[in-house]
Design a protein. Structure first.
Length: 243
């Protein structure tokens, strides 16, 4: 699943990084951020998310703090989302250095700052299961918050090799793209759709694998989809099973 010309990445060993700005204007003008937030989803054996670990660091005081409440608000407060930019580790390290923190420590060291865990409920389905999932055994949803601009939508469609969509059923279910892959001899399909009344998206993944045993390849794929969406500015909320 790695991009052409790039080495394969063990997504499970990566943390998620965010820059936090004082206000929307500071973010839009690319002024220095106030600090950074580091997150990591806690995954069940089937690849769904059970909790979220996080920690924040701000230039004022130059200290780490528990970010559980911040992370909860980030997924529900559009005003807070407008002050935050998802970045990769290099972007977080550059900001950390600019703000006087020096070099960002390795990931095992950063995990020591995870003091409070945000538990994620195992909820019932939030909206319709994709029509093509009928009869298949396992359906997952990667739930995402935030706005997806046109260029970000185009990038995800291209990167995931999504087919053009113009069917009435796709429009009715707010589906922006769909694709399929073969993973270890089994068919895996996923759709990208807008959900709810606000700024929210979902990637619904279906597989015809009949077993509920731990599946590292499927867990890695779910992680890659989550990381790709973050790369276009969306904020992962959870990964859950729909059936």
């Amino acid at each position: 699943m790695s991009r052409a010309g790039q080495p394969a990445v063990d997504v499970a060993e990566q943390l998620d990084y965010y820059l936090v700005f004082a206000n929307v204007r500071a973010r839009e003008r690319s002024l220095p951020p106030e600090g950074i937030v580091v997150e990591e989803f806690v995954l069940r054996p089937d690849g769904t998310a059970s909790a979220l670990d996080s920690a924040g660091w701000t230039a004022v005081g130059r200290s780490w703090w528990s970010a559980a409440a911040f992370s909860r608000g980030l997924r529900s407060d559009t005003r807070l989302q407008a002050r935050v930019t998802p970045v990769d580790r290099a972007g977080a390290n550059a900001a950390y250095r600019l703000l006087g923190g020096g070099e960002l420590g390795p990931e095992p060291e950063l995990r020591r700052h995870f003091l409070d865990r945000l538990d994620l409920p195992d909820l019932a389905p939030l909206s319709l299961v994709p029509a093509q999932a009928t009869g298949e055994r396992r359906v997952y949803r990667v739930l995402l918050a935030g706005d997806l601009p046109d260029h970000g939508l185009a990038a995800l469609r291209s990167g995931w090799r999504m087919q053009p969509f113009d069917r009435h059923d796709d429009r009715a279910h707010r589906i922006a793209g769909r694709t399929r892959r073969t993973l270890d001899g089994q068919t895996v399909t996923w759709t990208l759709r807008r959900i709810g009344a606000g700024a929210a998206w979902a990637v619904d993944l279906s597989t015809d694998r009949a077993t509920d045993a731990p599946d590292p390849e499927l867990t890695e794929l779910l992680g890659r989809l989550r990381a790709d969406a973050r790369g276009q500015g969306l904020i992962p909320v959870t990964v859950e099973r729909l059936r």
